[in-house]
Design a protein around this ligand. Structure first.
Ligand code: ADP
Ligand code: MG
Length: 648
């Protein structure tokens, strides 16, 4: 341990070589403290552990050597006019030439007479063997080298040096009781952190990750247990089930409820009758018809004189929901207020549908009995909580119904949603056809244009989704503005609108009304339409830059079509030059959101499914999908810890 002891909470500027400029770059990686640095997880490891004696190097291999620099010079290559740096390295078994291109600065760094680690490709030419594509490091030992997610100006090499300093001046505290540590075969946290950054072999990395992931899972489980415990005492106003209301509600529907919808609604209404606050998540694949289930619950709240709120993550969705809820509740005599940006904060009505505007501090309700949150993972936990405190109920809290289409494998739901009970809405309304899905390469664009023509000729709507709003430096990636220009040229006479998050509320609203009503043929948009948008006349969905999205997200986007009994199609256009289309092709054969989610988990990790807003999940998700056995062990450990805490 060095003399300069540091704490995890100390600023990274306490480390040598970290001035304001480096600190700013580190901040971009969300590294502000020594702790942030030590919990910055390596992306992968380069194997520098096997050292090859220079005398035994073989052409065509990648090798690591410890070599003394005998000489090093820069010269300009005569024909190509590039700077070539040549050096000769030696060890007791022999010597070898090394070549770098355009890295003249190396002569200032690598000093003749000093020994460094070099790792590179062994290549053969007419003059013999040489090493190229080199990485080098002035360090005592080889081993596995951590490679970090990095940003401009912060290389893995710099991070490795900073981490090395930090590890020499920090001891990481472990609050996990030693007996549980032994019971669950965990290495001490300090050891785990050291192994994570400076492993000798990959088993140490595995052990380290297991310890860190276990810790996060336990922390998360403990939070879930605490929430559940706190909830037990939370009272809510009982809202009795009314058969006549349910009948009346159903009689106004243009369709029959599915058995799944009836079952889910029944479960929810039963729970709302109790004086214990409901905290339920309704989970159902896109298009399974969650909104109408929520509306029936809302109707019950209103009938008993309670206010009710439906909270949506985007303005477009709030507008759409307000229309749907109006059509479902107005026949029963309830007026619906739309609360988006610019809302006057008047809370004298009974039914509110809106966005974050409802979460503002000044908004106070009088007797909010039921809060419904659509796409709940888009809101932070604290945001949701705020509304509960402003319900106007005395000594009680509203019932809460959350809804999500984010497909979570059943086995994980308990961990992720912790204190919440989950209801699954399994079937889709009858008569829905699977959305035919095809991946097309750029040369097949003509086919896509023909399909657009056909859909428009039949009076159907076409969505075109792009990853970006405007052209940018991301070379070749499609933007909504450029794409609409191109389509206007390719399909003259078609009525094309462009929708994105930078438009005003009114502009967005008008575009959706036009597209919904059929006075626009094609709606080119960013992913603002991703969640929840319901335009039954849309039957063709084209996704540009499709490789940039996760499978679950593509499934959400695809779910914007196939919402009537007309056959629908989804066409995926990867950015030209995209290497592997295999992942995208999974959508051609799999229609089930859960299965796709499981592939996503395997291929891209958990963060993809949840984004970053589901606060508390991201830490343990950064290692990818936890092994389910580990989840179960962590649950058991959390339970033991919880019981100990209760006894204190
Ligand atoms: P999601 O679960 O994705 O939020 P929605 O609630 O938006 O789905 O419903 C999707 C579409 O299905 C809507 O147009 C809705 O009116 C319609 N729908 C809902 N329930 C049924 C049903 N039982 N039969 C036919 N159509 C239905
Ligand atoms: Mg929805």
């Amino acid at each position: 341990m060095s003399a300069a002891a540091l704490r995890l909470t100390d600023s990274v500027t306490q480390l040598p070589r970290v001035g304001p400029a480096v600190a700013k770059k580190l901040a971009k990686l969300e590294i502000e403290t020594v702790g942030d640095l030590l919990f910055h997880i390596p992306r992968r490891y380069e194997d520098w552990s096997t050292l090859t004696p220079i005398g035994q190097l073989q052409a065509g291999t990648i090798a690591t050597v410890t070599g003394k620099v005998e000489l090093i010079t820069n010269k300009r290559s005569p024909r190509k006019r590039v700077m070539v740096t040549e050096a000769v390295l030696s060890d007791p078994t022999g010597s070898i030439k090394v070549i770098w291109f355009q890295q003249a600065f190396l002569t200032k760094i690598l000093k003749p007479g000093n020994t460094y680690l070099f790792s590179g490709e062994v290549t053969q030419n007419q003059f013999g063997l040489f090493l190229n594509n080199l990485a080098h490091e002035y360090m005592g030992s080889g081993g596995l080298k951590a490679v970090y997610p990095q940003t401009a100006g912060v290389t893995s090499k710099l991070l490795r040096q900073l981490v090395d300093h930090a590890l020499h001046s920090v001891q990481v505290q472990d609050n996990f009781p030693p007996d549980l540590q032994a019971k669950y075969h965990l290495v001490p946290l300090d050891q785990a952190v050291r192994w994570l950054h400076q492993p000798e072999h990959l088993q140490q990395v595995e052990q380290a990750k297991r310890r860190l992931q276990f810790g996060e899972l336990v922390r998360y489980q403990l939070r879930a247990l605490r929430l559940r415990h706190e909830r037990r005492g939370v009272l809510a106003p009982p809202i009795p089930f009314s058969e006549s209301l349910a009948k009346q509600f159903v009689s106004h529907l243009p369709f029959q409820l599915t058995a799944g919808q009836r079952k889910a609604a029944w479960r929810i209404l039963q729970e709302m009758e109790r004086s214990e606050a409901m905290r339920r998540l309704l989970q159902g694949d896109v298009g399974s018809g969650k909104t109408v289930v929520a509306a029936l619950a809302m109707a019950h709240a209103v009938q008993h004189g309670f206010q009710t709120v439906l909270l949506a993550p985007t303005e477009i969705l709030a507008q759409q929901h307000s229309k749907t809820i109006r059509s479902l509740l107005e026949p029963l005599g309830c007026a619906v207020t739309l609360a988006t940006s610019g809302w006057d904060q008047d809370t004298s009505g009974l039914v509110f549908v809106g966005t974050h505007a409802l979460l503002q501090q000044k908004v106070e309700f009088q007797n909010l009995g039921l809060l419904v949150i659509d796409e709940e993972h888009r809101f932070g936990v604290d945001q949701r909580q705020a509304l509960l405190w402003r319900s106007g109920l005395q000594g009680q809290q509203p019932h809460v119904l959350s809804m999500t289409a984010t497909p979570i494998p059943r086995t994980l739901a308990l961990t992720i949603y912790g204190g919440v009970d989950v209801t699954y809405l399994q079937e889709k309304p009858v008569g829905r056809l699977p959305v035919r899905t095809v991946v097309r390469e750029p040369f097949q664009r003509g086919q896509t244009l023909q399909e657009i023509e056909r859909a428009v000729a039949q009076g159907n709507g076409v969505f075109v989704v792009c990853p970006l709003i405007s052209p940018s430096d991301l070379l070749g990636v499609s933007s909504a503005q450029a794409e609409s220009k191109r389509l206007k040229v390719e399909l003259p006479g078609k009525r094309i609108g462009v929708l994105h998050g930078r438009l005003s509320t009114l502009e967005k609203q008008q575009l959706m009304v036009d597209f919904h009503g059929g006075s626009l043929d094609i709606l080119v948009s960013t992913t603002v339409i991703e969640v929840g948008v319901d335009v039954p006349r849309a039957t063709l969905m084209i996704i540009e830059g499709a490789e940039r999205f996760g499978l679950a997200q593509l499934h959400q986007l695809r779910g914007r079509v196939g919402r009537s009994s007309v056959a629908s199609t989804c066409i995926l256009h990867p950015t030209p030059g995209t290497q592997s289309l295999e992942r995208l092709r999974l959508l051609e054969t799999i229609q089930n959101g859960y299965q796709l989610a499981e592939h996503d988990l395997r291929l891209r990790g958990m963060g993809e499914l949840f984004g970053t807003k589901q606060s508390g999940t991201e830490e343990w998700l950064q290692f990818g999908l936890p092994d389910l056995a580990l989840v179960e062990e962590a649950q058991a450990a959390a339970q033991e810890l919880w019981e100990r805490q209760q006894k204190k």
